[in-house]
Design a protein around this ligand. Structure first.
Ligand SMILES: Cc1ncc(COP(=O)(O)O)c(C=O)c1O
Length: 393
């Protein structure tokens, strides 16, 4: 029997897919009592992520946000330093900069692939900064500029060659926020291997999940060792409880890691499914006036983590916010992109490049259901509902 639009259940934006060995591995933790942050699955999950990404070392953390916080600390970001970061992002990396007592400088997105704009980064570095005694300083604030933190948004990598060569020219560290990009490639190289250190998230909405969790990857053995130390309360002597510094309780638990081991075994299949979903949307949406499909650069292999389209109000007949409501009445969850950080009540006072592209994308972008378990019938329902919404105008 085929599903009609009236008997389709509510279609969520993105929900986890748990169909592998997760139960088996988690049960093993419960049966053996290894439930906390020590246990074989934590190390196994670290190795699996390192191998998947193609990086020497991985350090498991309790969240992607914790991973970012520690990555900033181990890569040498000091209090009062400045870090150049994407304005069009989920808030976590910008908050993490503040956790490190550093300051974000917000850089616009580029209009083609929606990632941090290398030209605006260049403009900021060349026009607003100067080199003094081997350190880069912001002319206006006189603070040291220490790092670039590009966020690969929605499963698509940023244009990293341009970013890394700027970083090398100006002596900056590159911290990749690859939390939305596990498995994506840039010119044949995995996201997470393109800068000096990178972070992943295994939050419930990510392509694979541990419920909550994160990972730092780096080929710098010293930074990795320090990350391990800081994420486990900076213990110098675990028997005598001697702590050499203020550390953090940021280690992933064995139960979460066990789930991660089950999930990462399925990553290849999940990425294939995300790409099929994207291809189906692209085909189904291309005839609808005013809708622009999610882009993919010729140099990128996107994982299309969260399928997102643009809605041009003038040509489509309604704006993206109205369409969210229309789709909701048809049992479909959709969602605009994050409020850009230069508009955020907590970060709007940060220095920023001109950010008109992020504003435009924020006004027009709409993420559509794209769970790995999405059926073709449900996806057809989403596509026809968008087409009907336009015709119903
Ligand atoms: C771009 C980005 N950075 C960081 C994070 C933070 O990860 P977590 O939720 O695991 O702390 C997320 C998502 O949650 C994210 O989308």
């Amino acid at each position: 029997m085929t599903k009609s639009s009236t008997d389709v259940a509510y279609i969520p934006l993105s929900v986890p897919e748990i169909r592998g060995n997760e139960w088996k591995y988690v049960k093993d933790c419960l049966d053996t009592g290894w439930v906390s942050s020590v246990g074989v699955y934590v190390c196994r999950f670290e190795q699996m992520v390192a191998q998947t990404v193609g990086m020497r070392t991985a350090v498991a953390t309790s969240s992607g946000t914790a991973a970012l916080h520690i990555a900033l600390l181990v890569s040498g970001v000091q209090p009062d330093d400045e870090v150049l970061v994407s304005t069009l992002t989920f808030i976590a990396p910008v908050n993490a900069i503040r956790y490190a007592d550093a300051w974000p400088v917000l850089i616009d997105a580029e209009p083609q692939f929606w990632q941090i704009d290398p030209q605006k980064l260049t403009d900021f570095l060349r026009n607003n900064c100067y080199l003094s005694n081997g350190e880069l300083r912001n002319r206006k604030t006189e603070r040291r500029v220490k790092a670039i933190l590009p966020v690969h948004i929605l499963g698509h990598p940023a244009d990293m060659n341009a970013i890394v060569s700027l970083a090398r020219e100006f002596g900056l560290v590159v911290i990749e926020d690859a939390t939305e990009c596990l498995g994506a490639k840039y010119r044949g190289h995995s996201a997470g291997t393109l800068g000096d250190i990178a972070c992943f998230s295994f939050n419930g909405n990510k392509i694979i999940t541990t419920g909550g969790g994160g990972m730092i990857v780096t080929s710098n053995a010293e930074w990795a060792a320090r990350a391990r130390y800081l994420t486990t309360q900076a213990k110098d002597d675990p028997t005598e409880f001697v702590h050499g510094e203020i550390g953090y309780n940021y280690r992933l638990t064995n139960i979460q890691a066990a789930m991660g081991c089950g999930q990462i075994e399925m990553l290849g299949a999940y990425i294939d499914k995300k790409r099929r979903i994207a291809a189906h949307y692209e085909f189904g949406l291309k005839e609808i006036p005013g809708i622009t499909s999610m882009p993919q650069a010729p140099w990128a292999e996107s994982i299309f983590w969260l399928y997102t389209m643009l809605v041009d109000e003038d040509r489509f007949g309604m704006n993206a916010r109205r369409l969210v409501k229309e789709l909701d009445t048809r049992g479909i969850q959709s969602r605009p992109l994050w409020q850009p950080m230069h508009r955020s009540p907590v970060h709007c006072r940060a220095e920023a490049s001109p950010c008109e592209t992020a504003d435009l994308l924020h006004a027009r972008a709409l993420s559509l259901p794209c769970s790995v378990g999405l059926t073709e019938a449900d996806q057809e329902h989403v596509i026809t509902s968008i087409a009907h919404a336009a015709h119903a105008q």
